[in-house]
Design a protein around this ligand. Structure first.
Ligand SMILES: Nc1ncnc2c1ncn2[C@@H]1O[C@H](COP(=O)(O)OP(=O)(O)O)[C@@H](O)[C@H]1O
Ligand SMILES: [Mg+2]
Length: 254
């Protein structure tokens, strides 16, 4: 199963001491089943808020959010791995299956399998504190994927990692996504990452966040950062996010 996310006339404000502050305004969006969408925008533009709403963690909005079908399963991946420090890698992953009623032995087997897929086959029994940041985030990716979610929500999942580790994890995520085509919504402030992975890039404005640009990306995969098409796209996205930083358009006419 794969799921559709729809936001209709959706706005979100938070009560401040004196007035209400709008954080998201008039969001009108449909994320198609099996699509990979990256969400970029300035800090404070409501990106995490939008993910919380998609995850059902925040219901205090105006307008409508729909998950279709409603029983679709979701997984959430954060910037930090948020592992239980007293459980080894396998048990951290197995736990999310056990709470869903999967028998212990089977949960451990499935956890081991997905950890092998993300390159952690030799670290199953290792506690988080003994794993590098990149390995911990791999465990978090495995934990998100082990339930085979219909929707994968990610909030800057690779931004705390060194670039080489992040590059490996992006590739692993992409391989797994190509296999299963779950609906992915990923917040990132890394425009290169958005261009490399996503087939749609949404740009939010400064607060209150509105969708100010919507790029369809149909470059073939796997994409290389050196591809000219990717470079052009990055410039366009950057110009939408922060016009003052985009390269001036130069003419090569004589
Ligand atoms: N629970 C909350 N209560 C009050 N203000 C909040 C809450 N959650 C987010 N905000 C405010 O909403 C704005 C957008 O937050 P957020 O969605 O985290 O932005 P982003 O992820 O784009 O940086 C911020 O100014 C933040 O302080
Ligand atoms: Mg955020």
């Amino acid at each position: 199963m794969t799921a559709r996310l729809s936001f209709t006339k959706l706005s979100r404000s938070f009560a401040e001491s004196r007035d209400e502050r709008a954080v998201l305004e008039d969001i009108e969006l449909v994320l198609e089943p099996g699509s990979f969408t990256a969400l970029v925008g300035p800090s404070g533009s409501g990106k995490s808020t939008l993910l919380h709403i998609a995850a059902g963690l925040d219901t205090g909005f105006d307008g409508q959010f729909r998950l279709d079908p409603p029983q679709a399963t979701l997984a959430y991946m954060f910037q930090q791995p948020r592992l239980l420090p007293w459980k080894n890698a396998r048990d951290n992953v197995a736990l999310v299956l056990e709470v869903r009623g999967v028998p212990r032995a089977q949960a451990a087997e499935q956890a081991s399998e997905i950890l092998r897929r993300v390159g952690l086959g030799t670290a199953l029994d290792v506690l988080p504190q003994q794993l590098s940041g990149g390995m911990q985030q791999r465990v978090a990716l495995a934990r998100a994927l082990v339930i085979e979610p219909d929707v994968l929500l990610m909030d800057e999942p690779f931004s705390a990692l060194d670039e080489l580790t992040a590059a490996h994890l992006r590739r692993e995520l992409l391989d797994l996504w190509i296999e299963t085509k779950r609906t992915v919504l990923m917040v990132t402030h890394n425009i290169g990452e958005a261009c490399e992975l996503a087939d749609r890039i949404l740009v939010l404005s400064n607060r209150p966040g509105r969708v100010i640009a919507d790029f369809k990306v149909d470059l073939p995969r796997p994409r290389r950062r050196s591809d000219p098409g990717l470079g052009r796209l990055s410039e366009q996205v950057l110009a939408a996010v922060e016009p003052s930083l985009a390269a001036p358009v130069r003419s090569n006419a004589a």
